[in-house]
Design a protein around this ligand. Structure first.
Ligand code: GLY
Ligand code: MN
Ligand code: MN
Length: 435
């Protein structure tokens, strides 16, 4: 049976000319301090095409005479290292489990690369951290520079693999949609648990820990990005990570947190009163943000241009900010000058997949905004942020950040809001928080 990874390699190779070699460089373990390393996380392009999750690995995928050869380079078996840091597949394991046609130890990479480059015209490189880029270019040129006059010269092209692979990654396969849904499901339960424990907690850190505990029950030990658990004015920092301030009744809590499960991300934000009951002013801001999000979700279907989602959010929030008296100008003038940005601050979405801000272009080849297609997955995440020193709005609104973020799948007939299970209306939030 073909593994999903082999199918992906075949799809990739079908886009490449004959006599191509794809070079994939895996992630290395990063040092936290001295001899202590961070938990290993594989490079996403590498994992997408190999399914191999060990550090320091390389892979070569060649297309010669329209035949694929997949070569994996892995760490050698080493009993002492394995007792200390976990099992390694080794060359034999790589051949058996990962459907490699050839397998070598990492030390053989340079020699085998030179060998496989023979007769190759097109080289595609995925090397996010530039681990081999500087040695590769002289190597690609060496035959041309050093060969005798009577040998046919090679003029190889070097292309970032991202140019071919990342557009592929924008359209999720059925398996990928299932994995994203599983990550969203873990986050959904965790967000509900945090909502329920909010009014009896005293510090942002407790709520962040509650989120981690709840996703662990789904087998998720990692989040796709550091949790953002921001009470009151802390929400002005869009990527607030300290998560260690006391929380107080009367404040809004903004929690932006997403489990990572089996290499796939979720990314969900909710904002709600720490004491479980919205004040009138909190209701006004929250309703405005939610209505912007709902208006954008409503137009998600195949054919909608990507930028329409952001523009819809801005139009709804701009109108609302004028009605609240936050912007003293006509709608047309506020839209033209983007005066609303003072409160809306950021753009409102991104592709979602193995990376939380997933890879792939937002424009077509002519530079126009891309149109939505089935099996795209992305976030929509409008927000309104009113700093505590924003003296031109009434005091009751100040020190409040509200963002609502959902994860959306484009379907043939329209869309599915994957994160709709996390309470999002004022009524539902107050009900869950009272439980
Ligand atoms: N949590 C990161 C983002 O929403 O983009
Ligand atoms: Mn996001
Ligand atoms: Mn987010």
């Amino acid at each position: 049976m073909l593994s999903v990874y082999k199918k992906r390699r075949q799809t990739l190779l079908s886009e490449l000319p004959d006599n191509s070699l794809v070079i994939l460089v895996g992630s290395q373990q990063k040092v936290r301090s001295k001899n202590i390393k961070y938990h290993f996380r594989q490079d996403n392009d590498f994992f997408y095409l190999t399914g191999f999750n060990e550090p320091d690995s390389f892979a070569l995928i060649s297309k010669k005479n329209n035949e694929e050869t997949f070569t994996l380079f892995c760490r050698p078996k080493d009993l002492l290292q394995e007792v200390n840091f976990g099992e390694r597949a080794g060359v034999k394991g790589v051949l058996q489990v990962y459907q490699a046609d050839l397998a070598f130890e990492i030390a053989d990479f340079n020699r085998e690369l030179v060998n496989q480059l023979n007769d190759i015209e097109h080289v595609f490189l995925s090397d996010e951290l530039n681990l081999i880029s500087s040695q590769l270019i002289p190597l690609l040129d060496s035959q041309r520079l050093n060969s005798p006059f009577d040998v046919v010269k090679q003029y190889r092209t070097l292309t970032p693999l991202a140019k071919i692979l990342h557009p592929m990654r924008v359209i999720k396969t059925n398996e990928e949609v299932g994995l994203i849904k599983a990550a969203v499901q873990a986050s959904t339960k965790a967000h509900i648990d945090v909502m329920r424990s909010c009014s009896s907690s005293t510090n942002e850190s407790e709520l962040s820990a509650q989120f981690m505990k709840s996703i662990a029950a789904f087998g998720s030990t990692e989040v796709a990005y550091p949790n953002i658990v921001a009470a009151g004015n802390n929400a002005m920092c869009l990527h607030y990570e300290d998560n260690n301030a006391p929380i107080k009744s009367g404040q809004i809590l903004l929690i932006d947190a997403g489990a990572e499960l089996n290499m796939y991300a979720s990314d969900i934000t909710r904002s709600y009163p720490i004491n479980g009951v919205f004040t009138q002013t909190q209701k006004q801001i929250y309703s405005l943000v939610l209505s912007a999000l709902d208006a954008a979700i409503a137009i998600v279907k195949p054919g909608t241009p990507w930028n329409a989602l952001h523009e819809t959010c801005m139009e709804v929030m701009c109108k609302g900010l004028i009605e609240l008296g936050f912007l003293d100008m006509t709608f047309e003038h506020a839209m033209e000058t983007q005066a609303y940005k003072k409160f809306t601050v950021h753009k409102t979405g991104h592709w979602l997949g193995m990376d939380v801000h997933d890879v792939g272009p937002y424009h077509d080849e002519q530079g126009n905004w891309r149109k939505l297609e089935p099996h795209m997955v992305f976030t929509i995440e409008p927000g309104i942020y009113i700093p505590e020193d924003c003296y031109d709005v009434p005091e009751s609104y100040r020190g409040m950040g509200v963002r609502v973020e959902d994860d959306i799948l484009v379907t043939k007939g329209g869309h599915e809001n994957l994160s709709a299970g996390v309470p999002r209306t004022i009524e539902d939030i107050e009900k869950v928080m009272a439980e």
